[in-house]
Design a binder for this molecule. Sequence first.
Ligand code: SF4
Length: 332
Amino acid sequence: MNLLSVSNLHVNFHIKKHELAALIDVSFTLNRGERIAIVGESGAGKSVLGFSIVNLISKPGYIHSGSIKLENKDISKMNLRQLQEIRGKRIAMIFQDPMMTLNPVLTIGDQLVETIRSHTRIAYKDAKNIAIQKLQHVQISSPETRFNQYPHELSGGMRQRVIIASVLLLNPDIIIADEPTTALDVTIQAEILQLLLSICEDNGVALVLISHDLGVVSKVAERTLVMYAGRIVEEGPTLEIINDPQHPYTQGLLNALPQMALPGQRLNQIQGSMPSLSERPSGCAFHPRCPYATEKCQQEQPSFINSGVSSVACFIVEDMLNEFADEEEAYL
Ligand code: SF4
């Protein structure tokens, strides 16, 4: 059984009497210990999806339809008490800015001990020992000293390590990491990604990494889902997505990576920008930015089809596959 199965998920925002779709027909699965990535530009729906998984979409947003099953229990139908049981304990979240999670007026130690004692009845001294062990586990130097420090006394990278330590306290099955390294400089980014990777591997924790950066994703995720305007437009093994992207949007994201530009050359960009929820184009929402768009693309939504080991929603890929199939049939 899959650990997590998201099926036909639709999330809407009800704004000024209008229903705006933020997620449209999103489906994917996650196995125990698997690492997947959700990639796309800002506004693609990645974070909405991350929050939806733990049913944390706040008004005016809401889950319109579909299901989010953790094993056989539907998170989208759970009441607050049931949600509190799974948030943190079964599914934990890490955000881009650790200060969103850390309380600035409490020491690191007090926050970690409070997390442990709110879920387990143990003495302060024992909780402190566990907290210090977890700080060591995430390679924080002088953990006894850090235990007594406030968040503002630590660097950004160290704060993110503290968050990872706090997430580990409750041994979750799934970590959702929403742009966990975006606010950090490049060398620290690599260290935090490596830490996340080894923690997931060592503890059999599944990871949902949300990122705008395919370069970051390629270092960590086994499978990648590319999102555009609230839909998944391509899904497949990360290596396949990086080496042979099928969807024009995925190709654009890859071309826009700084390492794809020649020295002295301007960075490649996908022309135009992500549409807002209220201005979603008709048909394939990527058509105003797509170099291959046809009239059909402006009118119809392509369906998600299998293309080798990946799946993709694009008419040109569909046409190519149909041509191959016809040629093969003619040959036989
Ligand atoms: Fe481009 Fe059309 Fe494919 Fe959309 S369906 S990505 S507009 S070619």
